[in-house]
Design a protein around this ligand. Sequence first.
Ligand code: HEC
Ligand code: HEC
Length: 314
Amino acid sequence: MAFALLCALQSTSAFAETDKEIRQEPIFPIPLHSEVNTSKAELGERLFFDLRLSKNSELACSSCHQPDAGGDDNIASHHTINTPTIFNVKFNFRQNWDGSVKTLDEQIDLAVRNQHVFKNSWDDIIVTLSQDNELKNDFLEIYLDGITRQNIIDALVEFEKTLITPNSRFDKYLRYDDDALSAEEIEGYEIFKELGCISCHQGINVGGNLYQKFGVFYNYIAERGEIKKTDYGRMNATNRQMDAFVFKVPSLRNIAVTAPYLHDGSAETLEEAIIIMGRTQLGRTLTAEETQSIKAFLITLTGEYKNIPLDDPS
Ligand code: HEC
Ligand code: HEC
């Protein structure tokens, strides 16, 4: 009886998974719950969809990072670089393709002032938002000093912490659900490890935790041509030649729903992206079977937001 109770408690406990509860693999599952201040996150969610953060109310964060479209905008290049998904950003060690931004706070400050994003100033945002009495009061209920730059950022970051996608089929497999994956999908994961994709794409975000050169074996960017400033990646932040074409290894979570791919959006399909990776990062021409198996595995990384799978068609 006592034993049965203990087991029941363990299986329902969502927090602090032990080594016994998850497979020992180089990829870790996304926690089923995130600890957030819900009133701040709710305020942040409203701001995320609020056009008034941008100059002339042209855009909201959600215009480019659409939570119901994989967290990105599904277009090749909004301005200079492909829009990454907003999901699971809190697990990245740095933000943006080149990893030049250290924190989510800093990322928001830059987005607000960037000429390609909100083209705005904090002074103007605060004046505009302060005309909204309801919003003003809602801020005052949480923050003593009301609508300020810091509090807007704080609420947005709190909301970003809720933008996680647990419960992918791959995470269920990691939690010992033996029916979660098909034989082909497991085979795809084995190939992903054997070939060495895993050496760069691993950890909780299947990426997002290190820098690597794009084009270790083969200069894809040179062949594509028309090299732009953004192609130089990390070199733009450090001015060191050795950082040319170095990028943050992107997360592969939800990759099936975030086409197009690569920092320049030049790969339209997942197959293309996989084949390019084989050539550029591993010096290999992948067979059609290898490509299909890896793709089958990558599709299992699609998780759930608000309990609905990101690839739910409805
Ligand atoms: C005009 C489209 C657009 C809007 C509006 C926009 N973003 Fe972005 N966002 C981008 C692009 C493009 C990048 C990649 C920039 C880069 O790597 O240089 C990005 C990057 C990010 C990242 C880093 C993700 C990663 O994986 O590295 C975060 C976080 C983010 N945006 C949050 C926000 C928030 C919060 C807002 C609203 C305050 C916002 N964005 C508004 C297009 C947009
Ligand atoms: C040496 C490190 C490294 C290895 C090995 C590697 N990748 Fe990548 N991967 C990267 C980097 C860096 C990028 C970003 C490239 C860019 O600038 O667009 C990337 C991008 C990707 C993307 C596109 C992500 C997006 O959001 O657009 C996919 C898909 C991908 N890799 C899959 C794979 C697969 C599959 C393998 C094995 C066949 C692999 N990678 C091997 C470093 C690596």
